[in-house]
Structures are given as C-alpha cells and as structure tokens.
Design a protein around this ligand. Structure first.
Ligand SMILES: Cc1cc2nc3c(=O)[nH]c(=O)nc-3n(C[C@H](O)[C@H](O)[C@H](O)COP(=O)(O)O)c2cc1C
Length: 321
C-alpha cells in the first residue's frame, strides 16, 4: 500500500484541487469512482485567521470523501502555522494532511505574492513548509510549477525537502505559460530522479485519457498521478484510470454510466445542501462531448436553480435514450 508520511492510500490516482469544481459533492462522487486522495480548492491561510465565512464553508468535509488534504495559499510563513492550528483545533478529524499552493498563476495570485509567485523565493517556501510542519504531525505537501518565468523547481523542491515536506506535486509548466504548450513530463522524471525515495512525487498535467496515467507512470517513475481538467464533470475517469493501472479492460463511459453518474451527483448536492453556483460548473463539464453540448451548456449557464439544471439534463437523457 502506498503512503504519504504515515498516511496509507488505497490507490495512486488523485483528484487535483480545482477552484469552483472540487467541492464536497464532486469530491465525494470522485471517491465513489475510486479516487485515492482529494484536495480542497485553494483556501487562504489569512482568510482562516480572519474567520472569513466563505472560507469556513470550504472546510466542510464528508466522511465518505476522506482522506482529504486542505490546500492553503498565502505567503507569510507564520500565517500557515496559525491557520493549521485553528483548523486542527476546530476540525481535528477533517483533514489527513495540508498542501501548499505554489502553482496558481492567475494575475490576482501573482499580484498578491502567493501561488506561483512563491516559486520566485525558494527560501521562503522552505520557511512556509517548516512553519506548516511545526503545527501538525500530519503530512505536508507542496504543489508547484517549473518556476514563474524561469525554471527553478529543483531549487524550490530542495528547500521544501530540507524543511521536511512529505510529497511534491509537479505541474510541469512555467507560471507565465498558463496552460499553453504541453506539460513536460520529463521534468517529473528529473524530480523523481533527484529525490528518489526521500519524498513522494505526484505527477500532474495533461492526463487526458485513462491510459495516460499508465504512460506517465512509465515515463516518469512518479509515485502518484493527479488528474485535473479531464475529471471535470467526469468522475468515471477514475474508474477507468484504476482499470488501466491494474491492466484490466477499461470500461466505456456510455450513456447508462453517464446517467448514473449525474444522478449520483445530484443526490450528493442535495445531501450537502449546495447552491446553483456549486452545481453549474460540474454540469457544464458533464455535458462536454455529448451531442448538442453547446446548446446544453448555454441552457445550463442561464439556469438559475438546481432543479432547472436537473430538468435540462433529465430531458436530454429522455430524448436520446
Ligand atoms: C478551473 C481550475 C481551477 C484550478 N484551481 C486550482 C487550485 O485551487 N489549486 C491548485 O493547486 N491548482 C488549481 N488548478 C490547477 C490544477 O490543479 C492542475 O494543476 C492543472 O489543471 C493541470 O492538470 P490537468 O492538466 O490535469 O488539468 C486549477 C485548474 C483549473 C482548470
């Protein structure tokens, strides 16, 4: 069984943290389809200290989705230690570990000196990791890119490892590249080669097909694989990925499976009492690739309630089945 720190994991395919997409309902759904580890979307360390209401809501976790890591963003090392202490005191059993966001490349993050901006200062990253480690015995991980405008991921990783980080996720693009070009899996291989068994390496980027999980593992020797955009509106991807990894036949994502998945999703939305804005992104992702997707997307985009979204999708299945 694979481990991060002392945390045992039943599998090796993870769901990437994705703001507005990886809410409690979707994470729980992904778990039903075999994901090994999920993350909250990025949460402000400072926001936690200020007891911001929206931030607090993001700490909601279901028993069924565990284990889950809480991903934090910020830049001041002390904020991280204090944020983790608050979370651990209030919700000691919610999170299995904590992740540092050093990859977010949106202008707001760079202006605020967090996310991928952290890649500009390897020493500060080391201090943040030490600060996080000082407030919990749970595993600490970091999610990074190759650098901001110049590649320096090995320097940042060295500082993180010296400070005791347990796992490193690499999305192998520079911050300034956004999502342009191809994720350079060769850099994941370099990272694994440099640290061998000192730290767990999580490969991320452009895992578009279930078979890509196997390819990434073979090409990079990474310990875990993390899926982002391909899993938007498609939790079935995790079932397919696990089959690919264990050499089993990859099941087809047919109409019956799609219908089953969306029904489960709406049940979870009700269970966790979510609102339309929590549901819309998943639904828009879900209809991707279906016949008539553009018109379905428009209708979902314009709908104001969850029941409207549900009706649009139910009618689609009635007409096409
Ligand atoms: C809509 C969206 C939201 C994202 N939000 C986060 C986030 O909150 N934290 C983070 O570390 N990365 C975030 N990412 C980056 C993903 O976790 C991942 O690193 C990236 O999408 C590359 O993986 P992929 O090619 O499998 O999508 C986000 C990506 C997308 C598309």
């Amino acid at each position: 069984m694979s481990k991060i720190g002392d945390l045992k994991l039943k599998g090796e395919v993870f769901l990437a943290p994705m703001a507005d997409y990886t809410n409690i309902a979707y994470r729980t759904l992904a778990k039903e389809y075999g994901v090994a580890l999920v993350y909250t979307e990025l949460i402000s360390a400072k926001g936690l200290l200020m007891k911001n209401k929206r931030t607090e809501k993001m700490l909601q976790v279901s028993e069924k989705e565990k284990p889950i890591f809480l991903q934090l963003f910020g830049s001041n090392p002390l904020d991280f230690a204090n944020a983790i202490k608050i979370v651990e005191k209030k919700y000691p059993n919610n999170f299995a570990g904590f992740d540092l966001n050093a990859g977010c490349s949106v202008p707001k993050a760079i202006k605020g000196k967090y996310g991928c901006a952290l890649m500009k200062d390897a020493l500060n990253v080391g201090q943040i990791i030490s600060s996080m480690k000082s407030s919990t015995n749970k595993p600490i991980s970091i999610k990074m890119r190759l650098g901001w405008s110049e590649e320096n991921f090995l320097d940042v990783a060295r500082e993180a490892v010296l400070s005791g980080v347990d796992a490193i996720t690499l999305h192998p693009r520079l911050g300034v590249e956004g999502y342009r070009g191809k994720a350079n899996w060769g850099k994941i291989k370099e990272l694994k080669k440099e640290f061998k068994s000192k730290v767990k390496i999580i490969g991320n980027g452009d895992l578009s097909q279930p078979r890509d999980i196997v390819l990434m593992k073979e090409k990079t020797n990474c310990d875990f694989e993390m899926v982002g955009r391909s899993a938007i509106g498609n939790a079935f991807f995790f079932k397919q990925a696990n089959c690919a990894l264990s050499g089993k036949k990859i099941p087809l994502r047919n109409f019956v499976e799609q219908k089953k998945e969306i029904e489960k999703f709406f049940e979870l939305v009700e269970e966790f009492n979510l609102g339309p804005n929590d549901v819309r992104p998943y639904c828009i992702g879900f209809v991707r690739g279906l016949v008539g997707a553009p018109s379905l997307r428009n209708k979902i985009g314009m709908s104001k309630t969850i029941s409207e979204m549900k009706k649009i999708i139910q009618e689609y299945f009635l007409n096409y089945s």
